[in-house]
Design a binder for this molecule. Structure first.
Ligand code: NAI
Length: 249
């Protein structure tokens, strides 16, 4: 299979790329650095150039697309969090659907977060295009607000595409990790606004996840064994969501 992966240079994306390479697949890595295609996905023109580069490398046909690139709540500009975690992800999904349609058993997986469940779409300022004003009023909470809003929006965007993508023969799902030991989580731990909250919180299972554990779910979802799984979100969080919302089924 030929599979494009954003965020391939670190953490969950790097672990996923390694697992798929080990299984013999052709990987097109996309990241800020140490990738086949180096690009800053926050920039719309650069995104379009990255899509062209993917199409050139793949010959216009993709069997898989995995969108892991993202930033955490500690990024100083909350609007940038939305731009990379939500807008860039949706832009790549839509731009690469035609290449996926030509693939064999094609599928895409988006890495959202258990934070996607922290607010409802009806309350998400991105739904009304009013996020800049909402974040400006959120003070120290702006980063984690923007992170949850961006992940809620990307999960909704995937679910909204289930009908069109299903008809096109391309499966599309999200994974929603809890805390996973990666540089992104470490950056949150190092931030004085969020560090203690992250440090003092332990999942029911008693530890953080490892990137390889998230990668194994992504590899399953992008593969042919997951042929009937479509439009779904898979929480992989050591029990955090069940603890916080036991009756939300
Ligand atoms: P990471 O920091 O190890 O990897 C993220 C990758 O995205 C990096 O290689 C980075 O260079 C790339 N990236 C960031 N901004 C970019 C940009 N503008 N253009 C191109 N590439 C860019 O982080 P991790 O943890 O592996 O994150 C992967 C995904 O998992 C993210 O979407 C994150 O929000 C999500 N996630 C992570 C959790 C965690 O606790 N680590 C929990 C829940 C979700």
């Amino acid at each position: 299979m030929t599979i494009a992966i954003t965020g391939s240079g670190s953490g969950i994306g790097a672990a996923t790329a390694a697992a798929l390479r080990a299984a013999g697949h052709d990987i097109i890595g996309i990241d800020l650095r140490n990738a086949d295609i180096t690009v800053d996905l926050t920039d719309a023109a650069a995104r379009a150039a990255a899509v062209e580069a993917v199409l050139e490398r793949s010959g216009g046909t993709l069997d898989g697309l995995i969108l892991c690139a993202g930033v955490g709540p500690q990024v100083p500009d909350p609007n940038l969090i939305v731009e990379i975690n939500y807008r860039a992800t949706v832009a790549l999904l839509d731009a690469l659907l035609p290449a996926l349609r030509k693939g064999e058993n094609p599928a895409a997986v988006v890495v959202s977060s258990v934070a996607s469940t922290h607010l409802k779409w009806e309350d998400n300022p991105i739904a009304k295009g009013a996020e800049a004003e909402a974040f400006a009023q959120a003070g120290d909470y702006a980063g984690s607000y923007a992170y949850a809003a961006s992940k809620n929006a990307v999960t909704v965007a995937v679910r909204e595409r289930a009908v069109e993508w299903g008809a096109a023969g391309v499966r599309l799902n999200t994974v929603a990790p809890g805390s996973v030991d990666t540089p992104l989580l470490q950056a949150g731990l190092d931030d004085p606004r969020y560090g203690d909250a992250i440090r003092n919180f332990t999942a029911p299972i008693g530890r953080n996840g490892e990137p390889e554990e998230i990668a194994s779910l992504i590899v399953y979802l992008v593969g042919p064994q997951a042929g009937f799984i479509h439009g779904a979100q898979f929480v992989i969080d050591g029990g955090v969501d069940a603890q916080a919302r036991p009756t939300a089924v």
